[in-house]
Design a protein around this ligand. Structure first.
Ligand SMILES: [Fe+2]
Length: 260
């Protein structure tokens, strides 16, 4: 079923024979998953978006079992038509957006070691699976991801365009907040996989802004510490509905750059 799509991206040599070798997970891997899961899960009923919490139930994540992508994909395909594609760690932008434009979410399969519980240079599968996959059950959210990636593919040769679009990805999919029943909740995966940033992002310390495409696209982000600004959406539909504006602002900003 997963191989139905015939797009270029699935025959890309960079993805050749990438799959999750579930039998290869060690006792330490299971322990790491369990520790991280049990540490973060109790925070989430109060902190995480409803769509995330419902998603965790739908995808069946538990402390005792590392996420199994085969089972996960069956569920995701039935729910939103998406699936997880195993990738070798960080991948090139064309592949990253190419996969998502084809309803495939790129994920690593390795887990951090015990001595790296709190800090990682690149995302492991606790981040990729625990934090990202539950929301792949939300249709507006995945539709947004698919179309945003489509815009990125159109501009894939232009590093400045990709940077501007990455800001949108960063401040929504990775570090986004949502207002639900008047309260701030987390849906960004970069926050959800960090107990520290979950608390920080919802506190009064950082700035909270209403979702604003132009503002986000004009803001740089950092990868090595907590953000100091977070943007708050009202719904996942709002993300999807902002796609035409993203394209418009992108065109304007690219033009500005050319003129300067
Ligand atoms: Fe991520």
């Amino acid at each position: 079923m997963i191989n139905q799509a015939k797009d270029w991206v699935f025959s890309d040599p960079r993805l050749k024979e990438m799959r999750q070798d579930y039998a290869a997970y060690t006792e330490e891997d299971f322990k790491v998953w369990k520790i991280l899961f049990e540490r973060q899960m109790p925070n989430l009923p109060k902190a995480a978006s409803k769509a995330y919490l419902e998603g965790v139930k739908t995808v069946n994540f538990t402390a005792d079992r590392i996420a199994n992508f085969e089972e996960l994909n069956e569920i995701l395909l039935k729910t939103t038509g998406w699936a997880v594609q195993v990738v070798p760690g960080l991948i090139d932008d064309d592949l990253f957006f190419g996969l998502m434009n084809n309803k495939r979410f790129p994920s690593s399969t390795w887990l951090r070691k015990m001595e790296q519980l709190d800090y990682l240079e690149e995302p492991d599968m606790f981040h990729d699976a625990f934090a990202h996959m539950p929301l792949l059950t939300n249709q507006h959210y995945v539709d947004f991801l698919e179309k945003l990636s489509g815009i990125a593919l159109k501009h894939i040769q232009d590093p400045w365009a990709i940077q501007l679009l990455s800001r949108i990805y960063w401040f929504t999919i990775e570090f986004g907040l949502i207002r639900e029943d008047g309260e701030l909740k987390v849906y960004g995966a970069g926050i959800l996989s960090s107990a520290g940033e979950t608390k920080f992002s919802l506190s009064d310390e950082p700035k909270h802004f209403s979702y604003d495409v132009r503002h986000i696209m004009s803001t740089e982000y950092w990868k090595d510490r907590f953000q100091d600004k977070y943007w708050v959406i009202d719904s996942y539909e709002q993300l999807f509905n902002s796609l035409p504006e993203i394209e418009e602002v992108l065109e304007e900003m690219l033009k500005e750059k050319m003129e300067n």
